[in-house]
Design a protein around this ligand. Structure first.
Ligand SMILES: N[C@@H](CCC[C@H](N)C(=O)O)C(=O)O
Length: 269
């Protein structure tokens, strides 16, 4: 059996997308996803995205990190799937149902409402999520936000000099985050602009993280550091993030098809 895929990216955060809305493919086990995502032995991607039928939405978007683990949300992949579907659509995810729509050359996504309760992040025990009383070397007092998936955001004078490849994995796996966490280091450059680098749970450093941009924007707004509409500049490029009076987050940015291909099911056992 051959399986068709589309290789896509949002600002360099890349995906293998498989459209199984017809629901006739066998299950993708963790090990098969890991092999497909491997950059040396597979197709290579940060996230593996499977589209399945949904009773209540245009489709169900199943999201796996490169380590094989299934996760609740992926902002950049939501834009990519929005581009593939080509018209306003709703995507059922483990983190909730979100809505995508074409917006000029970009795709806009209604990412839903952020959550701030310690048990909603989740954290291991009760604490202030606007300034967690914890630190890892020079990274201190993060804001914790759940935007479908869990994020810790550290505001620092210059995010480019933080050794995120060392601190990211330590923080991701700290016992205070029972479901692990995405680690964001952010620098507010003015009231409408934030620079951001992200160590993604289950992947590592990526060129961009859409949910990280949403969580960071909301964290900056909660701390009074920015206006309610900001540009978040990631290594792969900018995203526009708004947090409306209706408490919903909107993310707007590009999505791109890199190439299409197919593989034999038995090549990835
Ligand atoms: N790249 C993503 C986030 C993907 C999931 C994340 N690594 C997690 O484990 O929660 C994005 O664009 O949001």
């Amino acid at each position: 059996m051959r399986v068709e895929f589309t290789k896509m990216h949002g600002l360099g955060n890349d995906f293998v997308v498989i459209d199984d809305r017809a629901d006739n493919l066998p299950d993708f086990a963790t090990e098969r996803v890991r092999q497909l995502a491997d950059r040396h032995f597979g197709i290579g991607c940060d996230q593996f995205i499977l589209l399945k039928p949904s009773a209540n939405a245009t489709c169900r978007m199943v999201i796996h990190n490169a380590d094989g683990g299934e996760v609740e949300a992926c902002g950049n992949a939501s834009r990519a799937v929005g581009l593939l579907l080509g018209e306003p659509a709703t995507l059922e995810t483990l983190g909730g149902t979100i809505a995508t729509r074409p917006d000029s050359a970009d795709i806009s996504v209604d990412m839903g409402e952020p959550r701030f309760g310690w048990e909603q992040i989740p954290l291991a025990y009760a604490m202030d999520t606007l300034a967690m009383p914890l630190g890892w070397d020079a990274l201190e007092q993060p804001v914790a936000v759940n935007v479908g998936n869990p994020h810790a955001i550290f505001f620092v004078p210059d995010c480019d000099v933080v050794p995120l490849e060392e601190l990211g994995p330590q923080i991701e796996h700290d016992a205070v985050f029972p479901e692990r966490v995405n680690v964001n280091v952010a620098t507010v450059t003015d009231r409408e602009t934030i620079r951001l680098r992200v160590w993604e749970r289950g992947v590592g450093l990526t060129r961009a993280c859409g949910t990280g941009a949403c969580a960071t924007a909301v964290a900056a707004m909660r701390r009074g550091l920015t206006e309610r509409e900001v540009t978040v500049i990631l290594p792969g490029g900018p995203l526009r993030i708004g947090w409306g009076a209706d408490n919903r987050i909107t993310m707007t940015g590009p999505a791109t098809v890199s190439f299409r291909g197919s593989f034999a099911w038995d090549d990835f056992a």
